[in-house]
Design a protein around this ligand. Sequence first.
Ligand SMILES: Nc1ncnc2c1ncn2[C@@H]1O[C@H](COP(=O)(O)OP(=O)(O)OP(=O)(O)O)[C@@H](O)[C@H]1O
Ligand SMILES: [Mg+2]
Length: 385
Amino acid sequence: MSETAEATATENANANEQGDQSGPVFSVRNLWKVFGPKADRVPGDASLTELSQSELREKTGCTAAVRDVSFDVHKGEVFVVMGLSGSGKSTLVRCLTRLIEPTAGTLEFNGDDVISMGKEALRQLRRHRASMVFQNFGLLPHRSVLDNVAYGLEIQGMPKPQRRKRASEMVAKVGLEGLGERRPGQLSGGQQQRVGLARALAVDPQVLLFDEPFSALDPLIRRDMQEEVIRLHREEGRTMIFITHDLSEALRLGDRIALMRDGEIVQLGTPEEIVANPADDYVRDFVRDVPREQVISVRRAMRPADAAEAETGTEVAPDTLVSDAIATVARSGEHCRVVENGRMLGIVDHASLLTVVAGLDKDAGDNAGEDAAGEGGKGREVAAV
Ligand SMILES: Nc1ncnc2c1ncn2[C@@H]1O[C@H](COP(=O)(O)OP(=O)(O)OP(=O)(O)O)[C@@H](O)[C@H]1O
Ligand SMILES: [Mg+2]
């Protein structure tokens, strides 16, 4: 995320929240959700927790949909949860506002203990602070677009003139100006999803939670909606938690991605970290077809400069994508210097950039660091991405 978005994110958080400002939005530790008979006994019993999903089911009749998961969601980030069907994504995200009751673990929202919240506090959390956008939109068919968008405000008890005003602002914000009086049935799927988005935004929540909101949309409209989310995020810096099982969607939207398998988070990192350094074969399989040059930055592709190279070549920032650096090198016909705060970190040229495209850097991850280490400790910067 850009620095501007980060700054906006902080402002947005300040505007929305009276609670703890410094910490993460969500802080999750050792969270479990076990479905089935006597589910409570599973998390604390080492002889059960070490079983695989199928062994556990066989022995106890229980499914551990979320298994000992810990993570923080930072203010202003788009946190993507991805994984195959049944890996526990929806269960995990529903646990965050206790739409599903966790079996064990701790859970904080802006430092407030969510597990001990009573009914009223939970209702406040879901209505005002963390809004969910569902895949099936959940629109009311007999109400106009405006009244659908105003629905959350109506529940909050906002008087009609104010809520209609706020709803029309939100309708305009998601690009549906002029369609406010239509019924949902008179809109396309993409437009209906925009109404769902506007409704979630109307209550000005600190966090938006999306459960595969676009998976029912055709690819072009889906792309359009992704752009919309990116635009909204850039403009408002609102924290978002976004479930998808579509890798390209995850890579496009996510500041960080949590990859789930059988209820566990097998890897949590930036798109670049996950593509460049998959934690295991499951993750490697997931990212196999990703165009690496569109995710990996020159920081991972650079090498130390020869004395002759240090004074020439176009300057690029370390987070420049390899694909963009390829275009620059192709245009200029010479290498690029990777420069951060006036300091040169290394060089990228045809060979080092093509190494990334070809995937030959995969096993070399840390070697890049070792190679460059001779150059007065630059190596650490190369390796510590
Ligand atoms: N109410 C329930 N009772 C029993 N098992 C459940 C229940 N809800 C979910 N599960 C099981 O928990 C596991 C995780 O389900 P979950 O819906 O979280 O997966 P998901 O990653 O969201 O999958 P999808 O991509 O298909 O939406 C699955 O094995 C599922 O069968
Ligand atoms: Mg799901």
